[in-house]
Design a protein around this ligand. Sequence first.
Ligand code: SF4
Ligand SMILES: [Zn+2]
Length: 136
Amino acid sequence: MLRLQYSFISILALETATCPRCNQPVNSQVVTCPYCRTQLKAYGHPGIPLHRANGSEYLCNSCTYHADDSCNFPQRPYAQECTLYENFQERELELQQQIQAKSFGVSFRKWVQQNQAWLWLLGLLLICLAIALSSS
Ligand code: SF4
Ligand SMILES: [Zn+2]
């Protein structure tokens, strides 16, 4: 159990991210980049990511909270660093995937309900086949 915990912790520790300034691979938990000393987490806490814009772009231009007008941060719409940033396109993609997964689940359940009798019959046939094979 202890070994399992240790390997889990090692896997977590090995997760890498890329520093947005120097593009060096860094441990995803580090608070500052060990190469260029850029701050990668907010408030010195590894659990609070600090998102940064590339070059002179503003994060708000691609942020979900700017698009839905729900952000009231004073740095909006010119934020180049933000802890709450959420990419609009990634969010849309995630929502689409959730909707697709949900609709697949609904159609599958519907199909099972419509073909319940056949599925029961198939199950019984398989049980009979299993019994016949085990007794021969
Ligand atoms: S959450 Fe941050 S990046 Fe998003 S709109 Fe507000 S200030 Fe801009
Ligand atoms: Zn760096």
